[in-house]
Design a binder for this molecule. Structure first.
Ligand SMILES: Nc1ncnc2c1ncn2[C@@H]1O[C@H](COP(=O)(O)OP(=O)(O)O)[C@@H](O)[C@H]1O
Ligand SMILES: [Mg+2]
Length: 352
């Protein structure tokens, strides 16, 4: 297999020294060329901080661990190197697209600038390229809209223009953080379709962050579930949607309307912990219907892997006390309360 484009190891981001808030607490993953990976979780889980930490966009916190981009270490890299990676290798799209633009400059000129910052093109060729980009992202009459200012674009059009900006450097990886959040549902659907087309046509990788599992599951082959600064489950889209193993993933699925229509909607009880003083043991235990006192609130839970979904399946892992044979009070862990916690037929389990 080829080397991953992006290799994240034990990424940890902390704000403040006296009363530190650890927003991202040791997460690891790889992303290969052409892959689509989603990170989902409730608001405050650390999703945005985790991706901003990758590319040097944390200015008031400390980032530790390792982030290798094509083998080059980005943690601790010079601002100039990080800007170069953001300019060409990695494109970024954020929720608030208008913020990606300078309000007093036209959209077209800003895209031209982004194109020329990364590619040696004449002004004229860069203008043609910028118009092509606007067209590619679905802006009607791109030449006519070229001279509009950002505020003259609607929310959906601004998001498309923001995507054009992110594409200006011909990135190999697009990182999109809540790119559809706050947009009307019909506009959201158009943006999802656009990402799908772009990934297919440009042979780009996608790292998509969203609190909306519906959006992530429409675009990503692999999904990671983040809770309180940590990854609690990872696997293929199918593995996560069909046989979620972590009680949090199950609860999350049942709280989302589009994804699991078979079940009645149930909001997850309680709220996520504050990251400046997270619960001991499994951070989900205070909200978990299957939590067992003396176990789940004690040691950090182990990561257990599951072999389900056939031979070409992704690695499927959950970080939960509920699957360990060493689980001292096996019966007390209320598996009945969490129907999805029992491995599906034929699935094997093994501890890592
Ligand atoms: N610059 C910052 N200084 C202090 N705390 C921050 C900063 N940025 C984010 N946080 C905190 O980090 C945690 C994770 O935030 P974030 O990554 O934005 O969550 P998500 O994107 O999953 O909603 C939150 O508790 C948030 O308040
Ligand atoms: Mg966020």
């Amino acid at each position: 297999m080829s080397e991953p484009l992006l290799r994240v190891e034990n990424l940890r981001t902390q704000f403040g020294r006296r009363d530190p808030l650890v927003a991202v607490d040791g997460i690891s993953y790889d992303l290969r060329a052409g892959e689509t990976l989603g990170i989902v979780g409730e608001s405050g889980a650390g999703k945005s901080v985790s991706v901003r930490s990758l590319v040097g966009l944390i200015d008031d916190g400390e980032v530790a661990g390792s982030v290798e981009w094509r083998g080059e270490e980005l943690v601790g890299a010079k601002p100039r190197e990080l800007r170069a990676v953001r300019g060409s290798g990695i494109g970024m799209v954020f929720q608030n697209a208008e913020a990606a633009f300078d309000p007093i400059e036209t959209v077209g000129r800003q895209i031209v600038e982004a194109v020329r910052a990364n590619r040696d093109l004449s002004k004229r060729d860069a203008r043609t390229e910028a118009i092509d980009l606007l067209e590619e992202v679905g802006i009607g009459d791109p030449a006519g809209r070229f001279d509009d200012y950002p505020h003259e674009y609607s929310g959906g059009m601004a998001q498309r223009a923001g995507i054009a900006m992110a594409l200006a450097g011909e990135p190999d990886l697009l990182i999109a953080d809540e790119p559809t959040t706050g947009l009307d549902v019909s506009v959201q659907a158009g943006i999802v379709d656009l990402f799908r087309d772009l990934v297919a046509e440009r042979d780009m990788s996608l790292l998509l962050i969203s609190h909306d599992l519906g959006v992530v599951s429409q675009l990503c082959e692999r999904i990671m579930v983040m809770y309180a600064g940590r990854i609690v489950e990872r696997g293929s889209r199918k593995q996560l949607l069909d046989s979620p193993r972590h009680p949090y993933t199950g609860a999350f699925l049942r709280s989302v309307p589009d994804v699991d229509v078979r079940k009645d909607l149930e909001p997850i009880g309680g709220s996520p912990p504050s990251l400046d003083d997270p619960p001991a043991g499994c951070r989900f235990h205070p909200r978990c219907p299957a939590a067992e006192a003396g176990v789940c609130d004690g040691a950090a839970p182990p990561t257990v892997s599951f072999e389900d979904g056939g031979e070409d399946a992704e690695r499927h892992e959950a970080t939960c006390h509920g699957y360990t044979d060493a689980h001292p009070g096996g019966d007390a862990f209320d598996r009945e309360a969490v129907e999805w916690i029992e491995p599906a037929d034929g699935a094997e389990r093994g501890e890592r």
